[in-house]
Design a protein around this ligand. Structure first.
Ligand code: ACO
Length: 380
């Protein structure tokens, strides 16, 4: 039987396949460089805000002051949820995984958008703004509801980071904590065609809508090989009986060929620049919040991993030190990945809108290895 795939190259993890051109993020995995639209991640983390970085990713340039004001106001005008969505949020089981809650609620936003099926750059950007703006409201208030607390509506005076923290804790966040979260949002905003961004592109590539594309991405980010690793890192740290137990723990895992969460990356073979930044961050916030032991444990895991598998290019990734950072901020562990999604909304939408400018349906093949001509017969 003729098999058209016989002459094609198998690339199971798409490691060697380029699926298009992009101006959004550049990664040099050998040198540990990450740039958004040509600007080094370090400069953005020091100088920018999450809102400004989002504008950059969506427009391929930084905004001037008036443009940033207008963009920020557009986001803030969409912080609140339609009444029916508040009711739905209240009705969800309190033990539901927050990533599933987020995925459900983002899909629900589509039901409240009369322009859901309008396909233009402007319409897609409006949808992306709704998703971006509603995400902190959804995550923070689901956490409140499951703690038996009343909802706190968002304030249009807040940045996204401030808004999330104010709703979560029902108090004005400290400037340093809000800025720390803002920097984390910048660092996680985009990262080339990672698994969840690819999911976004597969969905938008069918000319489906932004809500469908981002719900696909949220489900993909949740996996422990991707964004779900930050939760795994924290649970691993909590499961180790102090600094003295670390060496045996790590060596034991490696000898059983079990992966250590928060290490390794498909693209980076040098240290992930986001991890370098987050490490400094984790140390200062852990010190301020009496979680230094946690940071020291992370450092020791890193040291042992470096001596054992560093030469193979396995180093800490973005998830390793973000776990200590978020935990020290007082966040529940199962909110770590939703926070990642809150930030990555920016990158998902950037790539979806970029793809629509020059779209081609994504439709790979697989090599069929099953039988042919099998007779239809059901045994009695
Ligand atoms: N701990 C120990 N060994 C590892 C790790 C790790 N975290 N990661 C990779 N390796 C080893 C593998 O065992 C394998 O060894 P071998 O050649 O002796 O068989 C080798 O490195 C290659 O690993 P692969 O899994 O084939 O590499 P791949 O490019 O597919 O993996 C991945 C990348 C999935 C991120 C992997 O490193 C991993 O599972 N890490 C742990 C989970 C994690 O932290 N994910 C978050 C990634 S960042 C992000 O998505 C936001």
């Amino acid at each position: 039987m003729a098999d058209a795939t016989a002459t094609m190259t198998m690339d199971k993890g798409l490691d060697h396949t380029i699926i298009g051109e992009s101006t959004k993020s550049f990664i040099d995995g050998q040198k540990g460089v990450l740039e958004y639209v040509g600007i080094d991640i370090d400069s953005l983390a020091r100088e920018s805000t999450f809102e400004e970085t989002t504008f950059l990713l969506w427009n391929d340039r930084l905004p001037d002051a008036d443009e940033l004001d207008a963009f920020t106001n557009r986001i803030r005008s969409q912080y609140d949820l339609p009444d029916g969505m508040w009711d739905a949020l209240r009705g969800l089981p309190h033990d539901a995984p927050p990533m599933h809650v987020l995925q459900t609620m983002v899909a629900m936003l589509a039901a409240y958008d009369a322009d859901c099926d309008v396909q233009s750059r402007e319409a897609e950007e409006s949808k992306a703004i709704r998703i971006l703006a509603a995400t902190p409201t959804i995550i923070a208030n689901f956490d409140r509801l499951r703690r038996g607390l009343d909802i706190v509506r968002p304030s249009a005076d807040d940045t996204m980071a401030e808004s999330f923290l104010r709703m979560l804790n029902d108090e004005t966040p400290g400037t340093a904590t809000a800025r720390a979260l803002d920097v984390c949002l910048i660092l996680h905003a985009d990262h080339g065609i990672n698994a969840s961004t690819f999911a976004t592109m597969v969905a938008i590539g069918t000319e489906s809508d932004m809500y469908s594309a981002i719900t696909a991405a949220i489900g993909t980010l949740r996996g422990p090989l991707h964004g779900g690793a930050n939760e795994r890192v924290m649970r691993m740290l909590q499961g180790i009986d102090g600094l003295d137990a670390i060496e045996d723990f790590v060596l034991g895992r490696l000898s059983r060929k079990e992966k250590v969460p928060g290490f390794g990356h498909r693209v980076y073979k040098a240290i992930d620049p986001r991890a370098t930044y987050l490490k400094t961050f984790a140390e200062s916030i852990a010190t301020e919040t009496s979680n230094l032991e946690l940071f020291k444990m992370s450092r020791k895991i890193e040291e042992i991993m470096e001596s054992q598998v560093g030469a193979k290019g396995i180093h800490p990734n973005v998830d390793f030190y973000s776990a200590t950072t978020y935990f020290s901020m007082g966040l529940a562990i199962d909110l770590f990945t939703p926070l990642f999604a809150m930030s990555r909304n920016a990158g998902w939408a950037a790539h979806a809108m970029e793809r629509l400018e020059d779209n081609r349906l994504i439709r790979p093949r697989c090599q069929y290895t099953g039988p042919h001509g099998v007779e239809y017969r059901v045994d009695a």
